[in-house]
Every structure is written in structure tokens, then in C-alpha cells.
Design a protein around this ligand. Structure first.
Ligand SMILES: *Cc1c(COP(=O)(O)O)cnc(C)c1O
Length: 376
């Protein structure tokens, strides 16, 4: 069976975990491996960042730092993972969903303004498949209406918008290192704190509301409880597994892009014959091949294709059930405007196997099977 995803396999990652345990004798958070990872991101992104236990937790930190209060409103797409909304719902916020664009599957930047009220606090662009949202429009709007922007860049590490790394453009950015993402530590994430005024509080929130980070830097002579907080720092063992992947980040990115391009080129013929649609990458976006998806004509065809591929030993999967149609989404959210594309496009989308160790011949086999499905 060709699986849809395989978590990144790394001998060096295992060695680094051993090093954390045997040599460093350091298993809890913020040890040498966490420091190396943080430094790497700081050098690359030129922004303050903190490793977290998940992207979900990075988003929760952003919601806390944005000081979200019960009744505040948050604007986001409905076509996203539950964590995007959960992080704000935990703070008592109401979610205002707006429609996506049918080309990128990202929030339609032109529909955000109509959803803004005097209670709106934050806009959350989600960079689906590592393809950037139209950030210039979103940032201009946020600025003019005095709103914060939290980028859900869970899928967006290494990808850029007009040359700027995703997650570094808004007030906050969040990456995921879940095993399904391009770079992984099993479960893990990172928050980018892009405005200096939030940095101090971010460190405190992550360390159970203490000024422990300051204490370790020698800035205070003891640490104590200074604010609310939680435990958002990952174990050194997780950070150790991530570290070697960062050193080969470009190599991982290039490999994935090669596989992505092979899918794209091989499926062009079927796309030209209008059997299916291929992903669209706007000019100003450099993506990271997080995902390769196709869009088929409708839900029934997708169900049939999934079944057909499964019979051929290929696992292909659909993605989000739009949040506004779910039990929790109906309770805490409202769809503003017309659902022109969210439901329709989500029902057509099918993700094909994509991971670092995927082979060219696997891609060829998947494409062959899809061709046979259509041209029987
Ligand atoms: C994966 C993902 C998350 C959650 O990441 P975790 O690290 O598993 O918490 C959030 N948002 C999006 C868009 C994702 O793809």
C-alpha cells in the first residue's frame, strides 16, 4: 500500500535524541537542542521565535497575547483545521467565517471587510498547502481597521510571499511540526512573535506565567509567578529530532518540490482535457510542496476515485470538512456572506501521496492509476 504520508525518517534525528538523553542529560524543555533550533529560525527568519508543543498551542499563545476577551470576533476561513478556531474559542471568541477563493483555497481577501464589526479583533489567514494568502491586501485592511493578524502558517515553513517568509508578515505566525508536516518533531510547533512589544509576555506565557527565561539569562536573580500562563515548551527529545531536518531544510524543500512538479507535469494532460484541475500558485508565492492535491468534478467522482485508487494500493485522502458545517462550528461560529466555494471546492479536493521518501516511480504509478480511472 502506498501510504498518503510517511513521517520524516532520520538516523541523525535518532542520534540527536540519544545525545539529548545520554550526553546532555537534558530531557525537559529549552535545552541545547531547542536553543539550536531557535537560533536557526532566528537567523533564517530574522524574527523572535519560540518552539512550542504544537501549532495549536502556538495559536493559543497568539490568542492570549492578542488579549482576546469573551465576545471578541475573529475572522478566518471555514476551510481550515479545527485548531485555527479552537485557539480563539478557548478565549470565548466568536468565529466569523468568510468564503475562500476557488483558485488557491485560501481566504478571499476581498470578503474580509464585510465581516468586520466593532467587536472584530483578529484576522487569521491560513496559508493552505504552503501557498500564501494575499497578504498585502490583508495587512493593509488590518492596519486601517486596527486589527491584529495571526498567520496560521502550520503548512507554510520555507514558503514565501513576495520574498517574505510565511509567518513573519502578520503580528504573529504559527508553524506545525506534526508528523504530517514537511519538518517534524512528532508533535510540535513554533510561534513567531513579530512585534517587539509582545516578546516579553510570550516568554512568560510559555513558561507557566513565570519569568524563568529572564532568570536563565541572568536578568533577574530569582524567578516567580508574574502573569497567567501554561506549559507550551516541548521536550528536548522532540527538539533533537527536528534539529537535523533544519540543517537540511533546503534539501527537504527541493526534494518535495521535485516530486510536486513531477505530479504537476504528469497530470497536465488530464487537466487540459478538463477531467480535473491542478493547484494554482500565484506569481508572488513560492510554495513548499507541502501538499499535492487535484480537484475533480464533484463529490461522487471523488468518492469513486478514492475507492479506485485504494483498489490499486494507493491511499489518497480528502481534507477539511468546512468548520461552519460542523457541530462546534455552528455553536461558536457564523458564516458571513455566501458560501460560494468553501463547501463546493472542499468536496472536490483530493490529496495525493506526498512525503520526502516518496519515489518518482510512485508518482508515476499514482498518475497512471488516475489516467486509467478517467480514460477507461
Ligand atoms: C496541522 C495544522 C494545524 C495544527 O498543527 P498541530 O501542530 O498538530 O497542532 C493547524 N492549522 C493548520 C492549517 C494545520 O495544517
Amino acid at each position: 500500500m502506498l501510504t498518503f504520508n510517511q513521517p520524516f525518517y532520520s538516523e541523525e534525528g535518532m542520534q540527536c535524541i540519544s545525545e539529548a538523553i545520554i550526553k546532555n542529560r537534558r530531557l525537559n524543555g529549552d535545552g541545547p537542542f531547542t536553543e539550536k533550533c531557535t537560533k536557526w529560525f532566528e537567523d533564517k527568519l530574522q524574527k523572535k521565535n519560540l518552539l512550542t508543543t504544537s501549532c495549536t498551542h502556538a495559536l493559543e499563545m497568539a490568542a492570549l497575547l492578542a488579549d482576546i476577551q469573551p465576545g471578541d470576533e475573529i475572522i478566518m476561513p471555514s476551510f481550515t483545521f479545527v485548531s485555527t478556531a479552537d485557539a480563539f474559542v478557548l478565549r470565548g471568541a466568536r468565529i466569523k467565517f468568510v468564503d475562500i477563493r476557488n483558485d488557491t483555497m485560501n481566504i478571499n481577501e476581498n470578503l474580509i471587510e464585510q465581516a468586520i464589526t466593532e467587536k472584530t479583533k483578529v484576522i487569521v489567514p491560513v496559508h493552505y498547502a504552503g501557498v500564501a494568502c494575499e497578504m498585502d491586501t490583508i495587512m493593509d485592511l488590518a492596519k486601517s481597521r486596527n486589527l491584529l493578524v495571526v498567520e496560521d502558517a502550520a503548512q507554510g515553513m520555507m514558503a514565501t510571499y513576495k520574498g517574505r517568509y510565511l509567518g513573519t508578515i502578520g503580528d504573529f505566525g504559527a508553524y506545525s511540526f506534526h508528523e504530517t508536516k514537511n519538518y517534524t518533531m512528532g508533535e510540535g510547533g513554533l510561534i513567531l512573535v513579530n512585534r517587539q512589544e509582545h516578546v516579553h509576555r510570550a516568554e512568560i506565557l510559555r513558561e507557566k506565567g513565570t519569568n524563568r527565561s529572564q532568570y536563565f539569562r541572568g536578568e533577574v536573580d530569582k524567578y516567580s509567578w508574574v502573569d497567567m500562563g501554561s506549559s507550551y515548551l516541548p521536550s528536548e527529545m522532540n527538539a533533537a529530532y527536528l534539529w537535523p531536518q533544519l540543517k537540511m531544510a533546503d534539501q527537504i524543500n527541493e526534494r518535495r518540490l521535485r516530486l510536486w512538479n513531477l505530479y504537476y507535469e504528469s497530470l497536465k494532460d488530464l487537466a487540459q482535457k478538463e477531467y480535473l484541475e491542478l493547484p494554482y500558485i500565484p506569481e508572488e508565492c513560492a510554495h513548499n510542496a507541502h501538499m499535492f492535491y487535484i480537484k475533480v468534478r464533484n463529490l461522487d467522482e471523488r468518492t469513486a476515485l478514492i475507492e479506485y485508487l485504494a483498489q490499486k494500493g494507493i491511499s489518497a485522502v480528502f481534507h477539511y470538512v468546512p468548520l461552519h458545517s460542523s457541530i462546534a462550528g455552528r455553536r461558536w461560529g457564523t458564516f458571513i456572506g455566501k458560501d460560494k466555494f468553501t463547501t463546493k471546492e472542499s468536496e472536490r479536493l483530493l490529496r495525493l501521496p506526498m512525503f520526502y521518501d516518496l519515489q518518482e516511480r510512485d508518482v508515476v504509478n499514482v498518475v497512471d492509476a488516475i489516467e486509467r480511472f478517467y480514460v477507461k
